[in-house]
Write a protein that binds this ligand. Structure first.
Ligand code: SF4
Length: 87
């Protein structure tokens, strides 16, 4: 049985240690993140360096950028950053 079935955010069990941070995008997740103004992207994080849009912790941040989330489609991964800190 799929433990994440029926949930808006379904962790990817195959993600190993990243399982809780990496889940499958679906339209309900997208609708709710917009409706409730979910803050989880680099643009909302204190560690984004505005001059060059890199991460102050030197993390590769392409998966955490808002434009990337905006382009996600069914079955693709939405990835939350473990070091996100709300700005
Ligand atoms: S800590 Fe994570 S969310 Fe924050 S800027 Fe770096 S990669 Fe983005």
């Amino acid at each position: 049985m799929d433990a994440g079935q029926g949930r808006v955010y379904r962790p990817d069990a195959a993600g190993g240690g990243e399982g809780a941070m990496r889940g499958f995008w679906n339209p309900q997740f997208d609708e709710e993140r917009r409706r409730f103004d979910l803050r989880g992207c680099c643009e909302d994080c204190v560690y984004l360096v505005p001059e060059d849009e890199t991460c102050a912790h030197r993390f590769p941040n392409w998966e955490h950028r808002r434009a990337y989330w905006d382009g996600l489609r069914e079955g693709q991964h939405v990835v939350f950053c473990k070091d996100f800190e709300s700005a």
